[in-house]
Design a protein around this ligand. Structure first.
Ligand code: IMP
Length: 193
């Protein structure tokens, strides 16, 4: 199998993807194929954006590749921030501002249930395949923890009293939205081994 390009520039996602893959198949970064431009994500849905990013890399560079898109869905906010997760508090994509806005909107609310949803879109030999991973949990009352990225300091996965930012990367990767979607991708790509 040829190396597969990870179609993201997000260093946190790249780190987690490498940890989860643990060498299961050979991967390359966008820089390795000379792709330095921002990938488009304008479809208005999480699956749509995942496909759009992977399609862009396949159309322009002709390589096997996968892209992922992730959203946080909060029940008391009717599924927001959803596809707007990255820029919920504004175009700066500021993680602290995003978390503070969520905490303000949920202030005094009993129902804090939420989930992260990741969709991975894979182009392999020009064919599209998609994989989804979901992590159910709830939004904490305050931020806690130093690890992880994005909304990790306010997301407590079901079964844990700590946030993703307080849990080890091994635990986060084993139960996270990205971990679950990546395990499906890994199983698909290694099924004939
Ligand atoms: P995108 O998939 O790059 O559009 O990212 C969507 C938003 O979700 C960004 O604000 C990320 O920081 C956030 N995000 C993505 N994955 C995670 C995660 O594993 N934990 C916490 N936040 C995340």
């Amino acid at each position: 199998m040829n190396p597969i390009v990870i179609a993201t520039n997000n260093p946190h996602k790249i780190k987690e993807i490498h940890e989860i893959l643990n060498g299961a198949f050979e991967v390359k970064g966008l820089k390795d194929i000379g792709c330095t431009e921002e990938l488009p994500e304008t479809t208005g849905t999480i699956p749509g954006n995942a496909v759009q990013k992977a399609q862009y890399v396949f159309d322009h560079y002709g390589v096997d590749c996968f892209a992922e898109d992730t959203g946080l869905e909060i029940d008391a906010l009717n599924g927001a921030p959803g596809v707007d997760t990255a820029h919920y508090a504004g175009p700066e994509r500021d993680a602290l501002a995003n978390m503070d806005l969520v905490l303000r909107q949920l202030s005094g609310r009993e129902d804090r249930s939420a989930r992260f949803r990741t969709v991975i879109a894979l182009f392999l030999g020009g064919k599209l395949h998609t994989f989804e991973g979901v992590a159910e949990g709830r939004i904490a009352k305050t931020r806690s923890g130093q690890d992880g990225f994005g909304y990790d300091p306010i997301f407590m996965p079901n079964g844990y009293e700590q946030t993703f930012a307080e849990l080890s990367s091994d635990i986060k990767n084993a139960i996270s939205h990205r971990g679950r979607a990546m395990e499906k991708l890994k199983a698909f790509l290694t099924k004939d081994d």
